[in-house]
Design a protein around this ligand. Structure first.
Ligand SMILES: Nc1ncnc2c1ncn2[C@@H]1O[C@H](COP(=O)(O)OP(=O)(O)O)[C@@H](O)[C@H]1O
Ligand SMILES: [Mg+2]
Length: 632
């Protein structure tokens, strides 16, 4: 596995979040490159739902306000009770008649409290309900857009990116946005409203005590910042080790056989242990250091609590403040810390969300395949004549590859393309299918420039059988039927017979209903190839492309496959890229490629007579006693 791949593994995992709202304290955040512009664009997605959004905000504010009123009201009841008890004691001491506690007043307050909390909960409930809809609808649309985009991006886009990177944008990044919309936004509002509300309530009780509490604020900030700074380094190290360990495990798992075959188990375990040790150390430090933030916060909070209790006690004795108010104030002061920590944390979350959104938008902004022109054609009955005229092409601008290629292919002919690895054989095929746009020249099918043909229609003219057999998780029947929409079971079986695959399928316990697993490792490489040939036969394309279709099968199976392929090629224009030159001797035209150019062209006899590159290749395979040497 490449370094780059490992890098993006750790990258993708860091865009998810760990722990609850407090779990990520002090964790380094991914910062977006352009916060403002991205945020503005993200808000655009929410615009269609802005009414709901406003409702959510109002509900969140209401829910918070109603719950903030609680302690103050409760304080009144407590004051009343305390007064009642005070009066009782006085009465007992002075032998006066003992007054009754005013239970009806207390009962009223309890009812009010109950009402407050019920209303608050109702608003909270409604707010969550609406928000779930808003968040899910937003990311639903976003996912749809991204997926749609992926299908119109040119292959070029996928060449320069790993699967993990693309996958991470579709899943992790969008997930991140969804979670933030769902939880963090309302939490942010709630926190801010709570903070303001609590301060207001405290001010109504005692401005002096409020001042004392506000003075502890800097302490919170100092504690959080100094610890966060310390933990960040360890979080980064933890992230890196996590990426390394993912990479290592994946490499060892996918290369399982290789590791065993070469006896590298011990070494692999040793490497794993070393990385695991690093992960342990970094993880321990990061989690421990960020974990002590909360206790320290509580400690600062308790300091304030002690001061309030002492001063409040003195005030109460002097009759400056009621008992209930003191208790309410203490409750408020305890509610003070949480919103501060949460707000600080949410700021980070919003940053990482905007960074996620930025990655999603980047993908949405990628240059698409040129759309089909309004007058794009469909060739209804393709014959299969292909022409390359002065074609130039390069994958990367600075590295020209295909240079001035000219080929003229007649209907029904077989064209073999030979040459060393990297010569550009597959590239020619890619250009023909218009997977990439050529830089100069023209490619025509039946005389029509392929740029004037609808992409879908163009690609349906071709059938491909490649070296890596592309089979999906499903039954054999489904895999073959994929070649043509609406194919009946009978047609599939017929195609399979023609591909000489019917016999082996019948010997499988489940026959055509055998389910191919993810890697299709339950059948052999050659059998897989027969299935893809059957699929191509079923599709019945005008032009056939066989790109090293027999490269990874044994020579006994190759005989079968060769027979199946001959069946397939009959009457069709066929491009055959083959590594065993014996298989292409009968081709009408053989192109010999090297370094992106066609260096020799002609039929077998002519090329042999020319005594050039082809003759040399051919002789090295057949006469030099070196029968197994492969050209490709
Ligand atoms: N998607 C791609 N992006 C960039 N370069 C590529 C890509 N595919 C192939 N190449 C390069 O183009 C050259 C020709 O490749 P290819 O046509 O696959 O060769 P062949 O099929 O003859 O082995 C090679 O140097 C290869 O590295
Ligand atoms: Mg190739």
């Amino acid at each position: 596995m490449s370094e780059e791949r490992k890098g993006d593994k750790s990258d993708s995992s860091s865009s998810g979040r760990s722990g609850g709202p407090m779990g990520a304290l002090g964790k380094p955040v991914q910062k977006p490159k352009n916060f403002k512009a991205t945020l503005r664009r993200l808000l655009k997605y929410l615009k269609p739902q802005r009414t709901k959004f406003m409702i959510v905000f109002v509900f969140a504010i209401m829910s918070t306000i109603f719950s903030i009123l609680g302690p103050k009201v409760m304080g009144k009841a407590i004051t009343k009770v305390a007064e009642g008890f005070g009066a009782k004691i006085m009465a007992l001491q002075t032998n006066n008649p003992v007054p009754q506690l005013d239970f009806s007043y207390i009962g009223q307050i309890v009812l009010i409290l109950l009402g407050l909390y019920i209303v608050s909960a109702a608003f909270g409930y409604a707010q969550q309900y609406i928000m779930a809809g808003v968040a899910q609808r937003t990311v639903y649309n976003m996912r749809k857009e991204v997926y749609g985009k992926l299908s119109i991006l040119p292959l070029k886009f996928f060449d320069s990116r790993t699967h993990g990177e693309i996958l991470s944008r579709v899943t992790n990044d969008i997930d991140n946005i969804s979670t933030t919309l769902q939880q963090s936004l309302t939490q942010l509002i709630t926190s801010i409203v709570t903070l303001i509300g609590v301060i207001v309530m405290m001010l109504t009780i005692s401005p002096l005590l409020t001042l004392i509490i506000v003075f502890t604020l800097p302490l919170y900030i100092i504690v959080t910042l100094s610890i966060a700074k310390r933990s960040q380094r360890h979080f980064a190290a933890q992230q890196k080790s996590l990426g390394d360990i993912n990479g290592h495990v994946e490499e060892m798992y996918s290369g399982h056989k290789l590791v065993k075959a070469y006896g590298h188990e011990d070494e692999s375990i040793k490497t794993f242990n070393a990385i695991n040790d690093r992960l342990y150390t970094a993880g321990f430090k990061a989690q421990f250091i960020s974990g002590i933030i909360m206790p320290l916060m509580r400690f600062v909070g308790n300091l304030g609590y002690v001061i309030i209790s002492v001063i409040g006690g003195i005030f109460a004795i002097r009759g400056l403040i009621t008992i209930g108010d003191i208790l309410a104030f203490i409750q408020y002061s305890r509610q003070f810390t949480m919103p501060i920590v949460q707000t600080a944390n949410i700021v980070n979350i919003i940053q990482s969300t905007v960074a996620s959104a930025e990655r999603v938008f980047e993908l949405l902004d990628e240059v698409e395949e040129l759309p089909d022109g309004a007058d794009a054609k469909v060739i209804a009955f393709p014959k299969g004549e292909v022409k390359f005229e002065n074609v130039d092409f390069s994958y990367k601008e600075e590295e020209p590859l295909i240079k001035n290629v000219n080929i003229d292919i007649k209907q029904g002919h077989t064209i073999a393309i030979v040459g060393p690895t990297g010569a550009g054989k597959t590239t020619l095929v890619n250009l023909l299918m218009r997977f990439y746009e050529i830089d100069a020249g023209k490619i025509t099918v039946d005389g029509v420039d392929i740029r004037d043909i609808k992409r879908g229609a163009l690609r349906s003219i071709f059938g491909m059988v490649l070296q890596d057999t592309w089979l999906f998780n499903g039954t054999i029947m489904e895999n073959i039927a994929y070649g043509r929409e609406g194919a009946t079971d009978e047609e599939v079986v017929e195609a399979t017979r023609a591909a000489h695959a019917h016999h082996f399928i019948k010997t499988l316990p489940d026959g055509y209903n055998t389910i191919l697993n993810e890697e299709a490792s339950n059948i052999s490489q050659g059998q897989k190839q027969l299935l893809t040939i059957a699929r191509a036969i079923l599709a019945d394309p005008a032009i056939l492309i066989l790109d090293e279709a027999t490269s990874s099968v044994d020579s006994r199976t190759e005989v079968y496959i060769q027979r199946a392929m001959n069946e397939l090629m009959r009457g069709r224009t066929s491009f055959v890229i083959a590594h065993r030159l014996s298989t292409i001797r009968d081709a009408e035209l053989i192109l010999v490629m090297n370094k992106g150019s066609i260096i020799e062209m002609g039929n077998h006899t002519k090329l042999l007579a020319q005594n050039g590159f082809y003759a040399e290749l051919y002789n090295s395979q057949f006469t030099g006693g070196n029968l197994t040497q492969e050209v490709v």
